[in-house]
Structures are given as C-alpha cells and as structure tokens.
Design a protein around this ligand. Sequence first.
Ligand code: GDP
Ligand code: IMO
Ligand code: MG
Length: 445
Amino acid sequence: MDHTCVIGLAWGDEGKGKVIDLLCPHYQQVVRYNGGANAGHTVCVGEQRFGLHLMPTGILHSGATAVIGPGVALDPVVLVDEINGLRARGIHVGDNLKISDRAHVVTAYHKIEDRLSEALAAEGGRIGTTARGIGPCYADKMRRHNAIRVCDLMDSEHLSETLETVVPQRRKLFAACYGDDGGLDLDQVRDELLTAANHLRPYVCDTGVHLRERIAAGDIVLFEGANGVMLDVDHGTYPFVTSSSTGPHGIGGGAGVPGAMVRQVIGVAKAYATRVGGGPFVSELTDATGDRIREKGREYGTTTGRPRRCGWLDGVALRYAAELVGATELGLLHLDTLSGFKRVGICTAYQVDGKTWNTVPADARLLERAAPVFEYHKGWSDDVRGLQSFEALPPEAKTYLARIESLIGCPVTVIGTGPSRDECICRGRRAGPATTAKLTGETDV
Ligand code: GDP
Ligand code: IMO
Ligand code: MG
C-alpha cells in the first residue's frame, strides 16, 4: 500500500469527496494540506449527505485520523460549526482530529476584504471567489506582518494585542480602498476567535511531528487535495485561480512531510467539465445542452450554492493537469449524468488567433478568446446509474472511457455512476489488483 493523494484535475468539484471516502478505510491518516472553507467535499451514504469544508473526509471513518495541515487556511468559526454539525449526526470527533498549530487563521476581516475587493473589481475581472477569505488570508501569510496562525489563536493575550493593531488598520484601509470599512468591530472579531479557539484547543498540535511519527510507525497516508489543478495558483488559469498549491506539489509544505513519499496520484475529473466563478472555460456550453448537464448532474456548488458552468470534457486541460501532477490513475465521475445524450463531446484542442494549442496557454486573455475543437462520440441511451460492473456498461460508454484513457495516458480505475458511495465501478489498476481491494473496503457510516 502506498501513500496516496487524490487531486481534482479540473476547476474543483470533480467528486474528490466521493473518491476519498471510498479509499479511506485503507488509510490511517487523511490529510488536508491546502485551501480552506472554499472547498466543499460531498460524501453520500444512503440517504445521508455530508458536505465537508475544512474537515478531512477521514473523519467519517473510525480507523482514520483526520489531519488539518499547516498549508490550510483555517477558519476557526467554520470548523467549530462543522465539528458541531458532525457530532449532531453521530460522527465522533475527538482524538481522531489533529489541527496544525502552524496553519494560518481566516478571520472576519479576511472575509470582508474578499467580498469588498470582488465588488470593486471590474465586470469580467472578478474571480468569483467563494467569499471565504481565502485570498486575503494567504496574502497576510506571505506579507507576514500581523498574520495570525493557530498557535497565535491559542495565546489569547497575544491574539488580543495583534487584533488591537490590525483591526483599526484594516478598517482604515478598507474605507480608503473600497469606500466602506466593512463594519469591522474589534470586540466581535476578538470574541468569535477566542470562543472558537477554546473549542479547537484540544485538537491543536504539531501535525508534522504527528504525521512523521505515524509514518515511521507504519501508517499509510491519504492526502486530500482541495480545489483543483486548474485552480492552482502557479499552474491554473491565473488570475482566475485560488491562492494555494492544489496539486501534490503542495503536500511537502502544506502537510509537513516529504512530498516524494507520495507514490500514487489519483486524478479525479467528471465525465464532462464544470467551473464555478469567473475565468476562461473553453469547452463551456452556454446552450440547452449545458443547461441539461447542469440539471441532470445537479451542478450547484456545495459551498456557495451557485450554479456551476457546464461544458464537454476538456481533454486539453485534463491532460495538462494529469501530466502536471503525475497522475497514476484517473477517477471519472458522473458517467450517469451523460446517459441519454445523443452524442458526447471532448475538446481535443484550442484554436486562438489562427493557432492550434494542445496545451493550456499561460495567458487567461488568450484562453478567453480560444475556440474549442470538439470531437463527438455516440452517446448511450441506457441509464448507467448505479452500475457497479464495467462489463455492464453500454459499448458507447466503454468507447468514450477508452478514448479518455488514450488521450490522457492514464487508466480510469474509478467510474462514478451516481452520488452514493456504492454507485461506483472500481476497476483494478493495470499494475495489479491493489486498488480494487482498496476501493471495496468496509466503511463506518
Ligand atoms: P468535490 O469538491 O470534488 O468533492 O466535489 P463536490 O462534492 O463539490 O461535487 C461533486 C458532486 O457530484 C456532489 O454533489 C456529489 O454528491 C456528486 N457526485 C459525485 N460523484 C457522482 C457520480 O458519479 N454521479 C452523480 N450523479 N453525482 C456524483
Ligand atoms: P472543492 O475542493 C470549486 C474557485 C472559486 C473561484 C476561485 C477562487 O470543493 O473542489 P477562492 O474562494 O478560493 O478565492 O475562489 O476558485 N474555487 C472552487 N471551485 N470547488 C472548489 O473547491 C473551489 N475552491 C475554489 O469558485 O472561481
Ligand atoms: Mg466541491
């Protein structure tokens, strides 16, 4: 069994939560290393639906410890809500949660700044953030002056001193830059952080030390990527990205373990493409077909409820992302959503200014002007919802999957046939049967 990461290969919401949940029974540590409450990872078990934002999916499995690493932008208020919500549904949260004392803290003024700066941006220039304060928190981390980490949150005196300096500064800054001080109130900011700090104190530790010790003792680690590779701050469709390293390259810093230990990289994508927020999306369908995908796939954000933009699978972006992260296998979800379409498309190249691109250009403006080159495959009329065997898939669906494998150069080992945990086809990796065994394990909820 290898240390593994699960990474979204598109613009988020690929179905990482479902794949991670399937894998969890075979890992002892499940680690979030990037992003924050901008993430929304869904796990469906029978009638139960869990939408996890900061909490690693491993919390739903009794054999796993859920670890929030130093690379996470941690909103303590959201996390306390999440803990309370899970407990109310009978999920145990105790020694099985570890929170890094080095993680940076998202405060009310980060969320206000996120909202104000988006409101000020010109139409078309808006990132369409989740308004969860992610960008401003990571900006403070890099700026360093008066940034707040979890270890600072644990020291109420130091925290109060920092806030007494920062809050009035931010109020002035917001008023000057945005014409609105955001209604920032020092006492309110301090009280909500101190209250949350008291709830979180029992789980705070040096998670790097914890992980390195557990790995030395033989534990196997699953790294839970948040967001998606096309939202990566260095490699995504910048500036329409999030503010962290979303791929396995984020693991070393974001988890505090040697990144090279990760041998298995499971890239997750949908059988089509979606994106929430602004930014280029070459294979987008703004017509009735796009609407049909949205309604059939219930493409509304887990975190913000926003309708997701939908399009055919973007083979250019998918190959770029898979190569970038060194994907060893693919999870392809929502195959059921495409049932009933007469034809299904794959974007195999971009055309812009008379030039054909087989990879993703750096310049988002150029990408905005790009036209997709689509190839079409015959669709399948039989509903594949709930199928668990590859053999039972209609031949057209098998052809479609084979085309994706050849385009990306990676075997598709997990196929989603519905939102629920058991609506899934798990194919053994070509290298051996290990994945099949892993993916059919018992779970607790
Ligand atoms: P994540 O952020 O990558 O974990 O993905 P989200 O949870 O934000 O969005 C994926 C959505 O698709 C969720 O509502 C899942 O319940 C749902 N889902 C996952 N896999 C499948 C699938 O194979 N078929 C269908 N119909 N829904 C799926
Ligand atoms: P999961 O983990 C979908 C998008 C936002 C916006 C951009 C920047 O559920 O896949 P941010 O709030 O991070 O500053 O927003 O990134 N975005 C996501 N879209 N799923 C996510 O996470 C996302 N995390 C960020 O919509 O376009
Ligand atoms: Mg999501």
